[in-house]
Write a protein that binds this ligand. Structure first.
Ligand SMILES: *Cc1c(COP(=O)(O)O)cnc(C)c1O
Length: 430
């Protein structure tokens, strides 16, 4: 078993990055709960700091348990390398950090997780960065928005809160022509349902908090680099392809090629921003990923049955699941996420805001939680929670109007989910 690239997804989700522990033979990856690592001698230490030798210095930068997870996620996404961080939002900053500088902008889809719209609208301005939001179905508008200060284009594969699939091929054709990296947030699809790199993405970001961990135990994030982008061609990415003053003048792209972005993220991003994943958290996520494909199959199966049931229910005005034939994005499923449209969608409830609140409060199996991608079924009224700080216009564009609730369908028996939904809808619309 030498050619890992020939292994299938179900094999990789269990084996990638998981050699038996060299010290003890432990078959499961140990939780290396340590901050420091003893250097063999002064030369070994110097080589590590010079990136002349790969090894462990300090757990803000690298840790064997976190490293195993990085390898596993990189292989599942078909990337050259990955860096894990403390949350999905940390991963987004880590993805932008090597690309941006004051005055630079990112072109972002209007259909994004509410927290990301917030992070991009306001917080990144503190770094002198800005975001321009565009409807990614309007490819001419995406192309027109890219200007000389654009350093990244950002979208979600299947957008949270569900129902929208980005035509990643169409967007990557634009970013490739412009010589700008495309970042795809693949949180809600996971690499089992969608491979953004195959569709031309440069970087893939994840909130590992969601389906990758899968059981609602830890927050985490990851940035995967395809290793395919030419950082030197345009002269626009000096942190990666010119002498980097933050690391004694090393040119990461010259020195490390396809691993330039990943090494920069560890050597400078984690070193100076410190948004590190801890080994205990990495352990939970490694455990979760072992069953990713099995869970995603069940999430998709249950979501499809429930979405169809809801679509035919007179108490429901609309169901936005891209897996339904009635969805305007159904035609993209076969191309972008052929194994299914995920486990996340929204419903518009007749009776508006009040009926939504009553529905959320009347459900018994569904938990009212600001998370998604759990084994348990979850519900949230986005307008009063995750998307609360957005304007009405931003909420509508993001698919989170006040008469809409988001469902994250779990892996329970679907007949029980239907029964729960039925009794709660009766109360909500009485
Ligand atoms: C949750 C989520 C994030 C943010 O991740 P955290 O781990 O909560 O920081 C980013 N993108 C999407 C699509 C998400 O669902």
């Amino acid at each position: 078993m030498t050619d890992n690239t020939a292994l299938g997804f179900d094999t990789l989700q269990v084996h990638a990055g998981a050699e038996p522990d060299p010290a003890t033979g432990a078959r499961q990856i140990p939780i290396y709960q340590t901050t420091g690592y003893v250097f063999r001698d002064a030369e070994h230490a110097a080589n590590l700091f010079n990136l002349a030798e790969v090894g462990y210095i300090y757990s803000r930068l690298t840790n064997p348990t976190v490293g195993a997870l990085q390898t596993r996620i990189a292989m599942l996404e078909g990337g050259a390398g990955a860096v894990c961080c403390s949350s999905g939002h940390a991963a987004q900053l880590m993805a932008l950090f090597p690309l941006m500088s004051p005055g630079m902008n990112v072109i972002a889809s209007t259909r994004l997780y509410g927290g990301t719209i917030q992070q991009f609208s306001n917080t990144i301005k503190k770094f002198g960065w800005s975001a321009k939001f565009v409807d990614f179905d309007d490819t001419d508008a995406v192309a027109a928005a890219i200007d000389e200060n654009t350093r990244a284009v950002f979208c979600e594969s299947i957008a949270n809160p569900g129902g929208y699939i980005t035509d990643i091929d169409a967007i990557s054709a634009i970013t490739n022509a412009a010589g700008i990296p495309l970042i795809v947030d693949n949180t809600t699809a996971t690499p089992y349902l969608c491979n953004p790199i195959e569709h031309g993405a440069t970087l893939v970001v994840h909130s590992t908090t969601k389906y990758l961990t899968g059981n609602g135990t830890v927050t985490g994030g990851a940035v995967v680099d395809s290793g395919k982008f030419d950082w030197a061609a345009s002269g626009k990415f000096p942190s990666l392809a010119a002498p980097e003053p933050a690391y004694h003048g090393i040119n990461f792209y010259e020195a490390l090629g396809a691993m330039a972005f990943t090494f920069h993220s560890i050597a400078i991003g984690l070193r100076d921003l410190g948004m590190t994943m801890n080994p205990q958290g990495a352990h939970y996520t490694l455990m979760g990923i072992e069953t990713l494909s099995l869970r995603m199959q069940k999430h998709v199966e249950n979501a499809t049955v429930l979405a169809k049931w809801l679509e035919n229910d007179p108490r429901i005005e609309a169901v936005t699941y891209a897996g339904l034939e009635s969805s305007p994005y159904n035609h993209r499923v076969a191309k972008i996420c052929p194994k299914g449209a995920g486990g996340l969608f929204t419903i518009t409830v007749k009776g508006g805001y009040d009926a939504c609140v009553k529905l959320v409060e009347s459900l018994e199996l569904f938990s009212h939680v600001a998370n998604l991608g759990d084994t348990r079924s979850l519900i949230i009224h986005s307008a009063s929670t995750t998307h609360r700080q957005l304007s009405d216009e931003q909420r509508a564009a993001a698919g989170a109007a006040s008469n809409v609730v988001r469902l994250s369908i779990g892996i329970e028996d679907v007949k029980d989910l239907i029964a729960d939904m039925d009794q709660a809808l009766t109360k909500a619309t009485a």
